[in-house]
Design a protein around this ligand. Structure first.
Ligand code: NAP
Length: 306
């Protein structure tokens, strides 16, 4: 998988078509999608047009999508994938991820009450995983993985299934460096993808804390950026790549899209990596509060394993 890719959460219909086209022209060869982002049809059209125009070959682009939480029942997994393939106008996906270790009643995008959740007794993570394994056997997806999984959840799943996850996509940036996960993943040979690598400043206000630090304005990041005549975003992306993780910054602004891929050429020194290592404060921008509402089968401790 190309380690650098384009994120598409919050990339509004009307903007995401151009974003994907600009990205492919700039050299991006990895696009991160999900049906819950509400824009797979437009992403799919941009990909289709790029393939038809001969600008890019399908096999040269890595396309990831995700199974939403309301399709965890084994019988719902294949129909959910088929809808994503249709929207993206693809025969196969390169990678299909279980978006969260959380199951919702069919048809529920976001829970409004505890009744909207399915309990692990109704449908376990392993049940859903087995249905995803069948998609690989059928040739509909090339690889399967998970997202937002903690080390304990990964250990449990790996102990229960034949085919180990081939990816865990999680929030990682200098304020949330996740050293235990990095160590575990290295031991297991499990690749990681860093989401919200720039601090996800455009996420909805209801997901923001009043006092939250702004990663792109961190003085250490800004200082390192100035030393390289680079942007803070480029330093954050380069840092993720130097740690051996994939990284999928979202942008719909053409100048940012081009700026971000140029980060793949930015070399950080060991001293600069050490300076950034000191910034860790275990700060999650995406707390997953909605999954841990009172009465739900999940708590903050069970969700994140901490
Ligand atoms: N698996 C999951 O549960 C999960 C959760 C969150 C995210 N993700 C994936 O990870 C991707 C990235 O995370 P994210 O969308 O949360 O946030 P992010 O990539 O950390 O930040 C996106 C924000 O940064 C801005 N930005 C991008 N490039 C910039 C630059 N060079 N200079 C200044 N600002 C810049 C964007 O604005 P412009 O658009 O104007 O450039 C946008 O406001 C998502 O889009 C999604 O594909 C997955």
């Amino acid at each position: 998988m190309p380690l650098f890719g384009l994120g598409t959460w919050k990339s509004d219909p009307g903007l995401v078509y151009d974003a994907v086209q600009v990205a492919l022209e700039a050299g991006y060869r990895h696009v991160d999608c999900a049906p819950i982002y509400g824009n797979e049809t437009e992403v799919g059209q941009a990909l289709r047009d790029a393939f038809d125009n001969g600008g890019v070959v399908r096999d040269d682009v890595w396309i990831t999508s995700k199974l939403w939480n309301d399709a965890h029942r084994p019988e719902d997994v294949r129909p959910a994938l088929e809808e994503t393939l249709e929207d993206l106008q693809l025969e196969t996906l390169d990678l299909y991820l279980m978006h969260w270790p959380v199951a919702l009643e069919p048809g529920i995008d976001m829970p409004e009450s505890p009744d909207d959740f399915l309990s692990p007794d109704d449908v376990s993570i392993a049940d859903t995983w087995h249905a995803m394994e069948a998609l690989v056997d059928e040739g509909l997806v090339r690889h399967i993985g998970v997202s937002n999984f903690s080390v304990p959840k990964l250990r449990t799943l790996m102990g229960e299934v034949d085919r180990a996850p081939e990816m865990n996509q999680i929030e990682m940036h200098p304020y949330l460096q996740q050293p235990e996960m990095l160590e575990f993943a290295a031991e297991q040979g499990l690749p990681l993808t860093a989401y919200s690598p720039l601090g996800s400043k455009d996420r909805p206000d209801m997901m923001k804390a009043e006092d939250e630090p702004v990663l792109l304005e961190d003085p250490t990041i800004v200082e390192i950026a100035e030393a390289h005549d680079a942007s803070p975003a480029q330093v954050l992306i380069s840092w993720a790549l130097h740690r051996g993780t994939a990284v999928i910054p979202k942008s719909t602004t053409p100048a940012h899209i081009r700026d971000n891929i140029a980060a793949t050429e930015l070399e950080l020194s060991d001293a600069e990596m050490d300076m950034i290592a000191d910034l860790d404060r275990h700060r999650r921008y995406l707390q997953g509060d909605i999954w841990t509402m009172e009465g739900s089968p999940h708590t903050t401790a069970s969700l994140w394993g901490e």
